[in-house]
Design a protein around this ligand. Structure first.
Ligand code: 9MR
Length: 458
């Protein structure tokens, strides 16, 4: 009996050891699985649900990017003209960053969810109110966000391929570019996105309308960094496999692409996997955000469109996790991550990156990539990648070639001595799984530079 028990215990230990073999261990959460290819996996978060511990347990465990579902919209942030209110937005923001997540701001200029005072404005006073709104909200979150949906849903449904009629549109066709130029000046550190729905199918007129706008913006130097594809798929707007073509074609214009509000009526596991693989196939697809945590949290809960039902993972969850794990360290970790970008179209988003060093076993490597540049300054993203073993704490160092200086840095702690820069991890991003990666970012003064960086871990 004793011997049998001892053998049983040993057998269990052996089995556990085998199942956690580190070399090609699959990540067990969506965020960690996406991070293996340098991407994020996010969710919409509602401030009103943060008191529900079942909700926050899943949200905290699975996701590493957060979009406030309603809390940063114009009606929430500027309820009276010139009087800003960030209490709900900050609740979501603080929950996210306290739990080591980044935040996508949503949204600054939109025909929907305008406060009543804004709905009643028109012409030049509405135009000025839009500019003031962008400046007021972006000042509050300056340097803190990953991206802003600067303009939301400005194109018409149907076959026109043109703009949606709205009070903002009636202020003049240039309202979108004015919004983007205002946003760049207000916070040069944040990616500026155009976000819309029904632009996933490459053959649709609305998709072509937005594509032509982005092409025009890039050719004229209007600052735009990313396009958000909401991806609310349902029977009237079904997923089509040409979504990958759409993502590739937009990326080839020199913008990042992001799946920003994914939900799928009925949550077919196959369709969820297909969408995930479409993003993974495009180096400039930065990540995927689902529009809510559990079916009961969804804006259309009757469609059961999300990855969780109550506390349970649905088949679609497993399909997404497997797709992310199968991608492994993807092309987005390499310095040539953006082969389709057109670097000559605009100074912003030129994809230059420092050479990657092969990480030693147990060590780490760091790659500096230019995200944006403008007269006198630039924004960079640094990817810190673990080698064949996990990293616990990292230090990245480089030397500026020609007098550059960092103006703000996030997701890391900086110390500078002359032209030498040292950045160490924050408490929340020091641990990187074997083969995984994390990123930090900064804005700097001077000409964009991508010096070779070294990475060490204790
Ligand atoms: O999910 C949001 C829901 O709670 C709000 O009632 C609704 C009101 O406009 O907005 C929903 O979010 C929308 C997002 O902001 C923009 N794209 C469509 C989303 C679903 O309607």
């Amino acid at each position: 009996m004793l011997i049998a028990a001892a053998v049983g215990v040993l057998g269990m230990v052996a089995a556990v050891t085998v199942s956690t073999t580190p070399a090609d261990a699959a990540a067990s959460t969506l965020g960690a699985a996406a991070a293996q290819s340098g991407r994020y996996f996010g969710t919409a978060i509602a401030a009103g649900r943060l008191g529900d511990s079942n909700y926050t347990t899943i949200a905290n465990r699975e996701f590493n990017m957060v979009t406030p579902e309603n809390e940063m919209k114009p009606d929430a942030t500027e309820p009276n003209r010139g009087q800003f209110n960030f209490s709900s937005g900050d609740r979501v923001y603080n929950w996210a960053v306290q739990n080591g997540k980044r935040v996508r701001g949503h949204t600054l200029a939109w025909h929907g969810q305008q406060p009543p005072w804004m709905q009643s404005l028109s012409g030049s006073s509405l135009r000025q109110a839009m500019i003031d709104h962008i400046n007021g909200v972006m000042a509050h979150y300056k340097g803190k966000l990953y991206a802003w949906d600067v303009v939301n849903e400005a194109f018409a449904d149907g076959n026109s391929g043109g703009r949606r009629d709205s009070n903002l549109q009636r202020t003049g066709n240039d309202w979108i570019e004015v919004a983007f130029r205002t946003a760049r000046a207000a916070d040069p550190s944040v990616k500026l996105c155009y976000n819309d729905y029904n632009i996933e199918n490459w053959t649709w007129a609305k998709t072509q309308g937005v594509y032509n706008m982005v092409k025009d913006f890039k050719s004229r130097g209007v600052p735009i960094d990313c396009v958000g594809f909401q991806s609310h798929f349902n029977s009237g707007s079904a997923y089509n496999s040409n979504f990958r073509t759409t993502l590739q074609n937009f990326a080839a214009l020199g913008v990042d692409v992001q799946i920003t509000e994914l939900d799928i009526q009925g949550a077919s596991a196959q369709t969820y996997a297909a969408v995930t693989n479409d993003c993974l196939a495009v180096p400039r697809c930065n990540g995927i955000t689902v529009w809510g945590v559990r079916d009961q949290d969804s804006w259309r809960s009757g469609d059961t469109p999300l990855l969780f039902s109550g506390n349970n993972k649905k088949p679609a969850y497993d399909a997404v996790l497997n797709a992310l794990n199968n991608a492994g360290p993807g092309p987005s970790n390499s310095p040539s991550a953006s082969p389709s970008a057109s670097p000559s179209t605009s100074p912003s988003s030129s994809p230059s990156a420092s050479p990657t060093r092969s990480p030693l076993p147990g060590g780490c490597s760091a790659t500096i990539k230019t995200i944006n540049s403008w007269g006198g300054g630039f924004q960079s993203e640094v990817t810190v990648q673990a080698g064949s073993s996990a990293v616990n704490g990292w230090t990245v160092k480089w030397t500026w070639p020609s007098g550059q200086s960092i103006s703000s840095l996030w997701n890391g702690r900086q110390s500078t001595s002359g032209s030498s820069v040292t950045v160490t991890n924050e408490s929340y991003n020091g641990s990187i799984a074997a083969g995984g990666s994390t990123t930090f970012g900064f804005t700097a003064n001077g000409n964009a530079a991508t010096p070779t960086a070294t990475c060490t871990s204790p």
